[in-house]
Write a protein that binds this ligand. Structure first.
Ligand code: NAD
Length: 496
């Protein structure tokens, strides 16, 4: 008998109304069934939204420092259970233990960072223009928030959204990705243990087109916070536009790392390997383009291939393994499709390009680290998000061309430049079109107290994490207190 998991609605673990379920299997070994999860429908979504709606009036009145204390307790419990959650996350999602530990750590960092915000959550005061009058702005919660999340950071991304949303006084319904429902259950169990009041947090499993879409369209959902693909982000934005809902979108990337001829090449290669093949290339911030100065291109390429060939592929639960599987069969087909496209476009396949099925890997969705060179900036493999262990090397003549190439895609999430020239580094910081720029570091490695997000098709202008996340989860209210005892009329009384 496999484990049968449930939704969490109104403070109780409940089966889906239709009793239909879907399977969650280990991508490193398809024979390993983690469990069955409810394939929920609109009725379950409505129950969760109604529970969140009922919980909102009292939760918004809990003082923010108290809400922060609850989140602090959640952080402590995450810390206590870190290793166990990391192991179950690797089993469910495939990335190696070092990375799943990092994923849980991101949740812990977010909890402690957000908890402290309970005693800040600053507003503003400013002088009023009339005598005996006081003016201030305060943050107020929005209401029921739908949080729709992808599978590649099964703990970090839900916590980035949920902890600030709760701290600000909102109630939430979480819809995790179909490939990683178990980590979401672990998170909600911890919230329950920490004492989250009934209805404040709800969890509904199921398909995006059904559960996600129903949440987006629900009249009592005031805000949708979505991380995922640009295609789904566009659908959510247009559906929410009809209802004038607040929507924050964190979407795809086609991140580039520039390597100039004066760079520390060892460091640049190490960064490119981690950026391109960490999480099997399945990060929104993954390095998928290496933009290299022609004078060092051959050397960098040779170093990179020599190192990439040694990457140990396998089950992420083995501490020796450096790269786990892709998430599912569709992801593997997508990478294979782009390998054909790359070849047809005239790029040269330097290494990899095939499924990896040695030994026990035959039962999982493993793939070889893949590198193309002779890539030109307009090729589809240099333009479209592939989300796999695939790196495209593009040669450039000078700094200006490097920046043009880096900026020449529809996305603008993360970016990187390796150079020892401080002037070039500052010009890159100024001219790169991206939400995140690293100097002498890879495109991955964001910290939770800095804003996270991107420009162009990577989103719609919001930034998670940092202090900017509170602009997503609160409304500003301006308040005037007139203690003059008479009618004062702003611009009219003030006329010259
Ligand atoms: P996805 O868009 O397929 O799914 C994301 C979530 O949306 C899932 O929970 C899914 O069930 C749900 N969904 C699907 N269709 C829906 C619909 N019609 N209405 C409402 N919800 C729907 O993305 P994915 O494959 O899970 O994740 C990979 C993508 O996420 C990549 O494009 C990656 O770049 C992006 N991503 C972005 C960031 C960021 O912060 N910018 C972080 C991680 C991942």
């Amino acid at each position: 008998m496999s484990d049968l998991f449930k939704n969490y609605i109104d403070g109780k673990w409940v089966a889906g109304v239709s009793a239909k379920t879907f399977e969650n299997r280990n991508p490193a070994n398809r024979n390993d069934l983690i469990g069955l999860f409810p394939a929920s429908d609109v009725t379950d979504v409505d129950a969760a939204v109604q529970a969140a709606k009922r919980a909102f009036p009292s939760w918004r009145l809990v003082p923010a420092p108290k809400r922060g204390e609850l989140i602090y307790r959640v952080g402590e419990l995450l810390r206590k259970n870190k290793e166990d959650i990391a192991r179950s996350m690797t089993r469910e999602m495939g990335k190696i233990l070092k990375e799943t530990r990092g994923d849980v750590q991101e949740g812990i960092d977010t909890a402690f960072y957000v908890a402290g915000e309970g005693r800040r959550l600053f507003g503003e005061t400013t002088p009023a223009e009339l005598p005996n009058k006081f003016a201030m702005c305060v943050r107020v919660p929005i209401g029921v928030c739908a949080l729709i999340t992808p599978w590649n950071f099964p703990m970090a991304i839900p916590t980035w959204k949920m902890f600030p949303a709760l701290l600000c006084g909102n109630t939430v319904v979480l819809k995790p990705a179909e490939d990683t429902p178990h980590t979401a259950v672990r998170l909600v169990e911890i919230l329950q243990e920490a004492g989250v009041p009934t209805g404040v947090v709800n969890l509904v499993h199921g398909r995006g087109e059904e559960v996600g879409a129903a949440l987006v369209r629900h009249r009592d959902v005031q805000l949708v916070s979505f991380t995922g693909s640009a295609a789904v982000g566009r659908e959510i934005a247009s559906a929410s536009g009809q209802d004038l809902k607040r929507v924050s979108l964190e979407l795809g990337g086609k991140n580039g790392q520039i390597v100039m001829e004066d760079a520390d090449l060892e460091l640049a290669v190490e960064g490119a390997l981690w950026g391109a093949f960490g999480t099997t290339g399945q990060r929104c911030t993954a390095t998928s383009r290496l933009i290299v100065h022609h004078e060092v291109a051959k050397q960098v390429t040779d170093m990179l291939v020599a190192r990439a060939e040694k990457i140990k592929i396998g089950d992420g639960l083995d501490e020796e393994v450096e790269m786990g599987p892709l998430i599912n069969q569709a992801a593997r087909e997508k990478v294979l499709k782009y390998i054909d496209i790359g070849k047809q476009e005239g790029a040269r396949l330097l290494m990899g390009g095939s499924v990896y099925a040695a030994g026990s890997c035959a039962n999982g969705y493993f793939f070889q680290p893949t590198i193309f060179d002779q890539v030109t900036p307009s090729m589809r493999i240099a333009q479209e998000e592939i989300f796999g262990p695939m790196l495209a090397i593009i040669k450039i003549k000078n700094f200006e061309e490097a920046i043009d190439v880096l900026n020449g895609t529809a996305y603008g999430l993360s970016s990187s430049i390796y150079t020892r020239d401080v002037g070039r580094a500052f010009r890159a910081m100024r001219d790169i079109e991206a939400g995140i720029t690293y100097v002498n570091g890879p495109t991955i490695g964001a910290e939770v107290h800095l804003p996270f997000g991107g420009v162009k098709d990577t989103g719609n202008g919001h930034r998670e994490a940092g202090t900017t996340v509170y602009d997503i989860f609160t409304e500003w209210k301006s308040i005037y207190v007139d203690y003059s005892g008479k009618l004062q009329k702003a611009q009219i009384d003030n006329a010259e």
